[in-house]
Ligand binder design. Structure first.
Ligand code: FAD
Length: 327
Protein backbone atom coordinates (compact mmCIF):
# COMPACT_ATOMS: atom_id res chain seq x y z
CA UNK A 1 0.00 0.00 0.00
CA UNK A 2 1.40 3.40 -0.98
CA UNK A 3 2.04 5.62 2.03
CA UNK A 4 1.72 9.36 2.50
CA UNK A 5 4.40 11.30 4.35
CA UNK A 6 3.73 14.79 5.66
CA UNK A 7 6.74 16.95 6.56
CA UNK A 8 6.01 19.92 8.78
CA UNK A 9 8.20 22.79 7.64
CA UNK A 10 9.27 25.42 10.12
CA UNK A 11 9.95 29.07 9.41
CA UNK A 12 11.65 31.68 11.51
CA UNK A 13 12.11 35.34 10.69
CA UNK A 14 10.50 34.89 7.27
CA UNK A 15 12.88 32.07 6.27
CA UNK A 16 12.50 28.31 6.26
CA UNK A 17 14.75 26.60 8.76
CA UNK A 18 17.36 24.27 7.29
CA UNK A 19 15.99 21.37 9.35
CA UNK A 20 12.79 21.54 7.26
CA UNK A 21 14.77 20.40 4.21
CA UNK A 22 16.54 17.77 6.32
CA UNK A 23 13.15 16.45 7.50
CA UNK A 24 12.03 16.33 3.85
CA UNK A 25 15.11 14.25 3.04
CA UNK A 26 14.33 12.01 6.02
CA UNK A 27 10.89 11.37 4.55
CA UNK A 28 12.44 10.68 1.13
CA UNK A 29 14.81 8.14 2.70
CA UNK A 30 11.85 6.46 4.42
CA UNK A 31 9.59 6.38 1.36
CA UNK A 32 9.26 3.58 -1.16
CA UNK A 33 8.54 4.03 -4.87
CA UNK A 34 4.99 5.34 -5.25
CA UNK A 35 4.76 6.86 -1.77
CA UNK A 36 3.76 10.53 -1.63
CA UNK A 37 5.72 13.20 0.22
CA UNK A 38 3.89 16.41 1.07
CA UNK A 39 4.76 19.38 3.25
CA UNK A 40 2.71 21.43 5.71
CA UNK A 41 3.60 25.10 5.97
CA UNK A 42 2.04 26.83 8.95
CA UNK A 43 2.60 30.43 9.94
CA UNK A 44 1.65 34.07 9.88
CA UNK A 45 1.39 36.56 7.05
CA UNK A 46 3.77 35.89 4.16
CA UNK A 47 4.19 32.18 4.92
CA UNK A 48 2.81 31.01 1.57
CA UNK A 49 5.67 32.71 -0.28
CA UNK A 50 8.02 30.08 1.19
CA UNK A 51 6.27 27.19 -0.58
CA UNK A 52 8.46 27.38 -3.70
CA UNK A 53 11.56 26.51 -1.70
CA UNK A 54 9.89 23.35 -0.37
CA UNK A 55 8.99 22.47 -3.94
CA UNK A 56 12.66 22.77 -4.96
CA UNK A 57 13.61 20.34 -2.18
CA UNK A 58 11.13 17.74 -3.41
CA UNK A 59 7.74 18.22 -1.69
CA UNK A 60 4.99 17.05 -4.04
CA UNK A 61 2.22 19.24 -2.56
CA UNK A 62 2.43 21.99 0.00
CA UNK A 63 -0.51 22.53 2.33
CA UNK A 64 -0.43 26.09 3.62
CA UNK A 65 -2.20 27.40 6.71
CA UNK A 66 -1.53 31.13 6.79
CA UNK A 67 -3.14 33.38 9.35
CA UNK A 68 -2.06 36.42 11.35
CA UNK A 69 -2.94 34.43 14.50
CA UNK A 70 0.02 32.15 13.64
CA UNK A 71 2.63 34.95 13.56
CA UNK A 72 4.16 33.57 16.76
CA UNK A 73 4.42 29.92 17.73
CA UNK A 74 1.64 28.83 20.08
CA UNK A 75 1.11 25.09 20.77
CA UNK A 76 -2.69 25.14 20.66
CA UNK A 77 -2.91 27.31 17.57
CA UNK A 78 -0.24 25.38 15.63
CA UNK A 79 -1.67 22.02 16.69
CA UNK A 80 -5.12 22.94 15.44
CA UNK A 81 -3.61 24.21 12.15
CA UNK A 82 -1.61 20.98 11.79
CA UNK A 83 -4.66 18.83 12.52
CA UNK A 84 -6.56 20.76 9.85
CA UNK A 85 -3.84 19.66 7.38
CA UNK A 86 -3.67 16.06 8.60
CA UNK A 87 -7.47 15.92 8.28
CA UNK A 88 -7.08 16.59 4.56
CA UNK A 89 -3.83 14.69 3.87
CA UNK A 90 -4.41 11.71 6.22
CA UNK A 91 -0.68 10.95 6.42
CA UNK A 92 0.77 7.62 7.45
CA UNK A 93 3.81 9.45 8.82
CA UNK A 94 4.47 12.95 10.09
CA UNK A 95 8.05 14.31 10.15
CA UNK A 96 9.23 17.37 12.05
CA UNK A 97 12.57 18.94 13.00
CA UNK A 98 13.74 18.19 16.53
CA UNK A 99 13.58 21.88 17.40
CA UNK A 100 11.91 23.58 20.37
CA UNK A 101 8.65 23.77 18.39
CA UNK A 102 9.04 20.24 17.02
CA UNK A 103 9.63 18.82 20.48
CA UNK A 104 6.48 20.56 21.64
CA UNK A 105 4.18 19.88 18.70
CA UNK A 106 5.20 16.37 17.63
CA UNK A 107 4.08 14.54 20.81
CA UNK A 108 0.85 16.57 20.90
CA UNK A 109 0.14 15.56 17.31
CA UNK A 110 1.11 11.93 18.04
CA UNK A 111 -1.36 11.81 20.93
CA UNK A 112 -4.14 13.34 18.82
CA UNK A 113 -3.47 11.00 15.86
CA UNK A 114 -2.98 7.90 18.01
CA UNK A 115 0.48 7.57 16.45
CA UNK A 116 3.72 6.02 17.67
CA UNK A 117 6.53 8.54 18.09
CA UNK A 118 10.31 8.50 17.72
CA UNK A 119 12.29 11.60 18.64
CA UNK A 120 15.73 12.96 17.82
CA UNK A 121 16.42 10.67 14.88
CA UNK A 122 19.86 11.03 13.29
CA UNK A 123 19.84 8.34 10.58
CA UNK A 124 17.28 6.43 8.51
CA UNK A 125 17.63 3.26 6.48
CA UNK A 126 15.01 1.28 4.65
CA UNK A 127 14.87 -2.29 3.48
CA UNK A 128 11.61 -3.37 1.89
CA UNK A 129 8.75 -2.20 4.04
CA UNK A 130 10.91 -1.84 7.12
CA UNK A 131 12.22 1.63 7.94
CA UNK A 132 14.88 1.70 10.63
CA UNK A 133 15.55 4.83 12.68
CA UNK A 134 18.80 5.50 14.56
CA UNK A 135 18.81 7.78 17.59
CA UNK A 136 21.41 8.56 20.24
CA UNK A 137 21.02 7.43 23.84
CA UNK A 138 22.78 8.14 27.13
CA UNK A 139 24.10 11.52 26.06
CA UNK A 140 25.46 10.14 22.79
CA UNK A 141 27.37 7.24 24.41
CA UNK A 142 25.17 4.69 22.63
CA UNK A 143 22.75 4.57 19.74
CA UNK A 144 19.58 2.56 19.32
CA UNK A 145 17.92 1.41 16.12
CA UNK A 146 14.16 1.21 16.13
CA UNK A 147 11.33 0.48 13.72
CA UNK A 148 7.59 0.99 14.10
CA UNK A 149 5.62 -2.21 14.54
CA UNK A 150 3.02 -1.15 11.97
CA UNK A 151 4.74 -0.12 8.71
CA UNK A 152 1.58 1.74 7.69
CA UNK A 153 1.69 4.03 10.69
CA UNK A 154 0.62 6.39 11.87
CA UNK A 155 4.11 7.51 12.93
CA UNK A 156 5.44 10.80 14.18
CA UNK A 157 9.20 11.32 13.88
CA UNK A 158 11.43 14.28 14.81
CA UNK A 159 14.78 14.75 13.05
CA UNK A 160 17.85 16.13 14.83
CA UNK A 161 19.21 19.19 12.96
CA UNK A 162 22.49 18.89 11.03
CA UNK A 163 22.48 15.10 10.67
CA UNK A 164 20.62 14.19 7.49
CA UNK A 165 21.85 16.14 4.46
CA UNK A 166 19.01 17.46 2.30
CA UNK A 167 18.96 16.59 -1.37
CA UNK A 168 20.13 19.29 -3.77
CA UNK A 169 17.35 21.79 -4.55
CA UNK A 170 16.00 21.88 -8.09
CA UNK A 171 14.15 25.08 -9.02
CA UNK A 172 12.47 23.37 -11.99
CA UNK A 173 10.43 21.04 -9.76
CA UNK A 174 6.66 21.62 -9.70
CA UNK A 175 4.25 21.15 -6.80
CA UNK A 176 0.69 22.08 -6.03
CA UNK A 177 0.16 24.62 -3.27
CA UNK A 178 -3.10 24.06 -1.40
CA UNK A 179 -4.61 26.52 1.08
CA UNK A 180 -6.10 25.04 4.23
CA UNK A 181 -8.28 27.31 6.37
CA UNK A 182 -7.07 28.05 9.88
CA UNK A 183 -9.73 26.60 12.21
CA UNK A 184 -9.32 29.58 14.63
CA UNK A 185 -9.90 27.62 17.84
CA UNK A 186 -10.55 29.48 21.09
CA UNK A 187 -7.12 29.56 22.74
CA UNK A 188 -6.43 29.13 26.42
CA UNK A 189 -3.26 31.20 26.09
CA UNK A 190 -2.08 33.86 23.68
CA UNK A 191 1.41 35.25 22.98
CA UNK A 192 1.47 38.98 23.69
CA UNK A 193 5.14 39.66 23.05
CA UNK A 194 8.26 37.74 22.11
CA UNK A 195 11.45 38.96 23.77
CA UNK A 196 14.60 37.64 22.10
CA UNK A 197 17.35 36.83 24.57
CA UNK A 198 20.10 36.23 22.02
CA UNK A 199 21.11 38.61 19.30
CA UNK A 200 23.01 36.05 17.19
CA UNK A 201 21.65 35.79 13.66
CA UNK A 202 22.66 32.11 13.39
CA UNK A 203 20.58 29.57 15.25
CA UNK A 204 22.79 27.66 17.69
CA UNK A 205 21.08 24.31 17.07
CA UNK A 206 21.57 24.57 13.30
CA UNK A 207 24.97 26.33 13.15
CA UNK A 208 27.67 24.53 11.16
CA UNK A 209 30.33 25.99 13.44
CA UNK A 210 29.92 26.61 17.17
CA UNK A 211 32.45 28.45 19.34
CA UNK A 212 31.66 27.79 22.98
CA UNK A 213 32.93 29.38 26.16
CA UNK A 214 33.13 27.98 29.67
CA UNK A 215 34.00 29.28 33.08
CA UNK A 216 37.51 29.80 31.70
CA UNK A 217 36.32 32.96 29.88
CA UNK A 218 36.13 34.56 33.37
CA UNK A 219 33.58 37.32 32.56
CA UNK A 220 30.90 38.50 30.13
CA UNK A 221 33.62 40.52 28.35
CA UNK A 222 35.64 37.31 28.10
CA UNK A 223 33.17 36.14 25.43
CA UNK A 224 34.26 38.98 23.12
CA UNK A 225 37.20 37.08 21.49
CA UNK A 226 34.91 34.05 21.02
CA UNK A 227 32.29 36.23 19.33
CA UNK A 228 34.96 37.60 16.99
CA UNK A 229 36.12 34.09 16.07
CA UNK A 230 32.53 32.96 15.49
CA UNK A 231 31.87 36.03 13.31
CA UNK A 232 34.92 35.33 11.13
CA UNK A 233 33.91 31.66 10.74
CA UNK A 234 30.20 32.41 10.22
CA UNK A 235 29.35 30.41 13.34
CA UNK A 236 27.29 30.80 16.50
CA UNK A 237 28.43 31.23 20.11
CA UNK A 238 27.45 28.72 22.78
CA UNK A 239 28.39 28.19 26.41
CA UNK A 240 28.78 25.67 29.20
CA UNK A 241 26.46 25.80 32.16
CA UNK A 242 29.48 26.89 34.20
CA UNK A 243 29.62 30.10 32.16
CA UNK A 244 25.83 30.60 32.34
CA UNK A 245 25.71 29.98 36.11
CA UNK A 246 28.53 32.48 36.60
CA UNK A 247 26.39 35.10 34.82
CA UNK A 248 28.79 35.51 31.87
CA UNK A 249 26.05 34.81 29.31
CA UNK A 250 22.36 33.96 28.80
CA UNK A 251 21.04 30.46 29.56
CA UNK A 252 19.73 30.42 25.97
CA UNK A 253 23.36 29.74 24.98
CA UNK A 254 23.80 26.71 27.24
CA UNK A 255 24.83 23.48 25.57
CA UNK A 256 24.50 20.14 27.30
CA UNK A 257 22.20 17.77 29.10
CA UNK A 258 19.99 20.57 30.40
CA UNK A 259 20.70 22.93 27.51
CA UNK A 260 20.74 22.66 23.74
CA UNK A 261 22.04 19.66 21.80
CA UNK A 262 24.23 20.69 18.89
CA UNK A 263 25.85 18.65 16.14
CA UNK A 264 27.86 21.18 14.12
CA UNK A 265 30.62 20.32 11.69
CA UNK A 266 33.12 22.06 13.98
CA UNK A 267 32.77 22.64 17.74
CA UNK A 268 35.41 24.81 19.38
CA UNK A 269 35.36 24.52 23.19
CA UNK A 270 37.22 27.35 24.92
CA UNK A 271 37.88 27.14 28.65
CA UNK A 272 35.42 24.26 29.13
CA UNK A 273 36.51 21.34 31.31
CA UNK A 274 34.37 18.73 29.54
CA UNK A 275 31.94 17.58 32.25
CA UNK A 276 29.71 14.66 31.18
CA UNK A 277 26.66 16.94 31.22
CA UNK A 278 28.34 19.30 28.74
CA UNK A 279 29.47 16.42 26.50
CA UNK A 280 25.81 15.30 26.32
CA UNK A 281 25.10 18.35 24.19
CA UNK A 282 28.08 18.40 21.83
CA UNK A 283 29.92 15.08 21.65
CA UNK A 284 28.27 14.16 18.33
CA UNK A 285 29.87 17.19 16.63
CA UNK A 286 31.85 16.14 13.57
CA UNK A 287 35.15 17.76 14.61
CA UNK A 288 35.84 18.91 18.17
CA UNK A 289 38.61 21.39 18.92
CA UNK A 290 39.41 22.09 22.58
CA UNK A 291 41.38 25.00 23.97
CA UNK A 292 42.20 24.64 27.65
CA UNK A 293 45.18 25.59 29.75
CA UNK A 294 44.94 22.34 31.74
CA UNK A 295 46.43 19.48 29.70
CA UNK A 296 44.53 17.00 31.92
CA UNK A 297 41.08 18.55 31.25
CA UNK A 298 38.59 15.78 30.29
CA UNK A 299 37.49 17.73 27.17
CA UNK A 300 40.73 16.58 25.50
CA UNK A 301 39.46 12.95 25.69
CA UNK A 302 36.69 13.75 23.20
CA UNK A 303 38.58 16.36 21.18
CA UNK A 304 39.92 15.64 17.68
CA UNK A 305 42.34 18.55 18.06
CA UNK A 306 43.54 19.96 21.36
CA UNK A 307 45.40 23.16 22.10
CA UNK A 308 46.88 23.44 25.59
CA UNK A 309 47.10 27.14 26.25
CA UNK A 310 45.44 30.30 27.44
CA UNK A 311 42.29 30.96 25.42
CA UNK A 312 42.90 34.71 25.56
CA UNK A 313 46.12 34.15 23.61
CA UNK A 314 45.00 31.27 21.36
CA UNK A 315 41.55 32.49 20.26
CA UNK A 316 42.71 35.89 18.86
CA UNK A 317 45.55 34.11 17.00
CA UNK A 318 43.05 31.69 15.43
CA UNK A 319 40.71 34.57 14.53
CA UNK A 320 43.50 36.46 12.79
CA UNK A 321 44.69 33.35 10.95
CA UNK A 322 41.16 32.50 9.73
CA UNK A 323 40.56 36.13 8.79
CA UNK A 324 43.59 35.99 6.49
CA UNK A 325 42.70 32.54 5.12
CA UNK A 326 39.05 33.42 4.41
CA UNK A 327 39.77 36.85 2.91
P1 FAD B 1 34.81 24.32 34.79
O1 FAD B 1 34.53 22.89 35.04
O2 FAD B 1 35.11 25.19 35.96
O3 FAD B 1 36.00 24.39 33.75
C1 FAD B 1 36.61 25.57 33.36
C2 FAD B 1 37.77 25.16 32.49
O4 FAD B 1 38.40 26.30 31.95
C3 FAD B 1 38.86 24.38 33.23
O5 FAD B 1 39.12 23.16 32.56
C4 FAD B 1 40.09 25.29 33.17
O6 FAD B 1 41.31 24.57 33.01
C5 FAD B 1 39.79 26.09 31.92
N1 FAD B 1 40.41 27.43 31.90
C6 FAD B 1 40.41 28.37 32.86
N2 FAD B 1 41.01 29.50 32.42
C7 FAD B 1 41.39 29.26 31.15
C8 FAD B 1 42.06 30.04 30.16
N3 FAD B 1 42.43 31.30 30.40
N4 FAD B 1 42.33 29.47 28.96
C9 FAD B 1 41.97 28.18 28.69
N5 FAD B 1 41.31 27.41 29.60
C10 FAD B 1 41.02 27.94 30.80
N6 FAD B 1 27.00 21.72 32.21
C11 FAD B 1 26.88 22.10 30.91
O7 FAD B 1 27.81 22.65 30.32
N7 FAD B 1 25.68 21.90 30.26
C12 FAD B 1 24.62 21.32 30.83
O8 FAD B 1 23.58 21.18 30.19
C13 FAD B 1 24.73 20.89 32.19
N8 FAD B 1 23.71 20.27 32.80
C14 FAD B 1 23.89 19.83 34.09
C15 FAD B 1 22.86 19.09 34.71
C16 FAD B 1 23.04 18.61 35.98
C17 FAD B 1 21.93 17.81 36.62
C18 FAD B 1 24.24 18.86 36.68
C19 FAD B 1 24.45 18.33 38.07
C20 FAD B 1 25.25 19.57 36.09
C21 FAD B 1 25.09 20.07 34.79
N9 FAD B 1 26.09 20.80 34.16
C22 FAD B 1 25.96 21.15 32.86
C23 FAD B 1 27.27 21.30 34.89
C24 FAD B 1 28.51 20.47 34.67
O9 FAD B 1 28.55 19.39 35.59
C25 FAD B 1 29.78 21.34 34.90
O10 FAD B 1 29.73 21.90 36.18
C26 FAD B 1 29.94 22.47 33.88
O11 FAD B 1 29.82 21.95 32.57
C27 FAD B 1 31.31 23.10 34.06
O12 FAD B 1 31.42 24.20 33.20
P2 FAD B 1 32.86 24.63 32.69
O13 FAD B 1 33.53 23.50 31.99
O14 FAD B 1 32.68 25.90 31.95
O15 FAD B 1 33.59 25.03 34.05
Amino acid sequence: MAKTFLVVAEARGGKLRQVSFEALRAAQLSAAEGDAIHAALIGGSGTKALASELTAYGAESIYVVEDAALDNYNSEAYLSALLAVTGVVKPNALYYGHTAAGRDLAPLAAAKLGAGQLSDVTEISRSGDRVEFTRPLYAGKAVEKKAFTDPNGPWVVTIRPNNIAPQAPDATRQASVIDVAYPAPSLRSIIREVVKKTSGAIDLAEAKIVVSGGRGVRSAEGFQPLEELAAVLGGAVGASRGACDAGYCEYAMQIGQTGKVVTPEIYIACGISGAIQHLAGMSSSRVIIAINKDAEAPIFKVADYGIVGDLFEVVPLLTEEFRQLLK
